[in-house]
Design a protein around this ligand. Sequence first.
Ligand code: NOJ
Length: 557
Amino acid sequence: MLKKWWHNTIGYQIYPKSFQDTNGDGIGDLKGITAHLDDLVDLGINVIWICPINKSPMKDHGYDISDYEEIDSIFGCKDDLRELIQEAHKRGIKILMDLVVNHTSSEHPWFQKALEEPGGEYGKYYIIQEGKDGKEPNNWRSIFGGSAWERIKDTNLYYLHLFTKWQPDLNWENPILRQRIYNMVNRWLDLGISGFRIDAISHLKKDFTYKNLPSDGVDGFVNGFPYFSNVDGIGTFLRELQENTFKHYDAMTIGEVDEGLPADVLWEFIGENGYFSTIFDFCHSTLHVNSTEWKDKPVEMIDELKKRLFAKQNTVKGKGILCNYLENHDLSRIVERFIPTKEIDFYSKSMVGGINFFMPGIVFLYQGQTIGMMDYQKENIEEFEDPTTFIQYDEYLQNGMTKTEALAQINLKTREHARTPMQWNDGKYAGFSSTEPWFSVNPNYRQINYDLQKKNPDSLYAFYKKMISLRKSDEFQELFIYGEFTPIYETEPGIIGYERRLNDKRVLIINNAKSTEAILQVSGTIKKILLSNYKNTVLQNGIIKLHRYQLLILERV
Ligand code: NOJ
């Protein structure tokens, strides 16, 4: 594999609204990120991806951009970004922005002009169609629920929005629009950022036949993914984007490519000359140990997780590398997703963080993950903030759930759990802000916070630091990035084990992802224990006795 600068990425994702407020408005800002760079250096990361910071009405917390050229004033200004980049570079950290070009905000001037004159120049920047028989042009369901079309005032015209109605989809078939996007992308790269995480990129191309399809729900709509996700021909846009922008800057790009990318086209996406450096993998995101499907079957769920993670590695093998992550701003916290509530403690938290950490690929961590932040269950639906939560809640009610059931379902899976303010210390508002934050701090901040864990050599934070330093060590970095991957103990329930091998070096990574001990036989001679989340490891005559939720990394000959 051709070596690239970003192959040794230990990335850290920041949700800027909730990271650190410095100007006392209760909302995180760019200066807050700069203020914590030394903490991120201490952790050992070398790339930061910041969720959108462009000007936005914040209907989707920044994923609805109304001015691509400006920074939203709640986060600061361009000079703050320049300062952040400069200070980060001094510390060996590169900055990635979020690129949201599948759609804009409905308040973007392009869209406003399109509304005024749908048949005019700007109407061609969006996807506007005639309705049929007094209804939407077709029955596609928006990814966030409801119709994917919104009627334009009192006309028979509708615009397409795959996400909320405040996020009209851009028309990538229009070469003038595409060129404007490329120019904008290059301006940010010229400013000094090192690349992008690219939002919703698999939806750029739509199947323009707009056929009505048999409905798959009581709402009369249909999941239209085959018609607007990785549709044939999308590669032409992606190649053009890459050639007009990223390629000239050796930029790092992480495509948010929804599940379902066929194996035979992976090479085009992440191969040596792929459209992107790497892609985020969604294979684990639907699993939740407290969902109806997996409740009381935690080991079966882990085995399903194992199956999916291994299958994914198999699919990308020889084609490119994945971006391995477990948490992000769209998912609830990992310990809640994979560990039964009564089993959550240091051991289960540290083991779970390591589940895919040493698999081939680059690593991305999410703010709060390294201190084990947890979901904040709400007692009232009004305590949430995200419009999509309310859309979902209404849908649950329409489907016959009671209010209590609907709230329980939201509390189980809402992406808002990841968005509570960062817990820096045990002071008021967890050190996030001097004033009441835009979204409530989880009351557990007195027990779970950064300051407390930084001081403690046995904390979860300290364990993440050890995992990072092992991955980055001179001795093993190449092995973890480029080494062969072979599953081991594949049929052992609740065990996620694999070997990484490069030349004569062999490392075994074994996760006992269950609440009971496990006894396993190890073949070959063990040279050294490289890492364990337990102080005592029982390893004798080729037999290992793993503690509940033990993560063990061994070097063997
Ligand atoms: C994916 C982002 O991660 C999510 O937060 C956002 O709502 C959608 N794309 C739409 O931009």
